[in-house]
Design a protein around this ligand. Sequence first.
Ligand code: ZN
Length: 170
Amino acid sequence: MGMSYLEGTCPKCGEKTREQSNTWCYGSPIRFCPRCKQEYLDRRWREVAIDGFDPKSTSPGFYLKAFLLLVVVAAISGGWLYYTTHVKNYYSTLVVTVVIISVIGAVACLGLSIWIALGFAAKTNSHYLEESKRRLRNADYVRKLQAYGYVIPSEYLVGIGNSSGEIRES
Ligand SMILES: [Zn+2]
């Protein structure tokens, strides 16, 4: 659970990109274009050892509220659909679409909320944090992030071998 796709455009060659990501885009913000093979920065990805977790992934409340809102939307649009088909003998495809989307959205939000409440999100979060820490143990990678303007926590600057002046630069 929690898989989705992130769409974008390569800033180097303009290629449309579509990458699999988890719901909260945890991963390296340094991406590689499948067409021109060049790397570029995509800030939508969270390097969690630096950026921290998305608050939505650590508390079930956000998705529970979204679920309740979508239930209200589904009830109102469903009621309207029922009224028009049974009393007025017509229905609008727009209303049908709203009913379907709100029901699917409500189920997805409830699922995510439960998933977070049961601690599964915390489990995958710690997995993504480990991956992030592993990337930050690579000095070249850390310097690259600094060049992109990231402020690197001091624990990842130990042993990367540049002067403290260079470190403060970013
Ligand atoms: Zn490209």
